[in-house]
Design a protein around this ligand. Structure first.
Ligand SMILES: [Zn+2]
Length: 103
């Protein structure tokens, strides 16, 4: 089992977990229940983490995460998902709720 990503931004962690699942990887989250008061950056040992069960999936998972992070545009407007109507932050290219890509 390997840790592939960690961030104080639990929304991003959830988003990347969903992206990994879309790609057929079933990651597990650790520590997401430890995030503190909204607006506060929790200490690094409390950051939510994404782990993959299979070490062989590590490289693939990292690749997906890098791609997802790099595809973040410079500050952009929130958009409304055409699949489920969810309001999505501009830095996400896919709906965290239903996984539909922003087009
Ligand atoms: Zn959606």
């Amino acid at each position: 089992m390997k840790k592939v990503y960690s961030s104080y931004d639990s929304l991003m962690v959830w988003h990347l977990k969903n992206v990994l699942e879309i790609h057929g990887i079933h990651p597990i989250l650790k520590g997401e229940y430890l995030t503190g008061v909204a607006g506060e950056v929790p200490p690094i040992e409390c950051w939510p983490e994404i782990w993959v069960l299979e070490d062989s999936q590590y490289d693939y998972a990292r690749e997906i995460i890098e791609t997802a992070l790099n595809s973040k545009d410079s500050p952009s407007q929130p958009w409304k998902c055409s699949g489920c109507g969810e309001e999505i932050d501009g830095q996400f290219t896919e709906c965290w709720s239903c996984g539909k890509s922003h087009s």
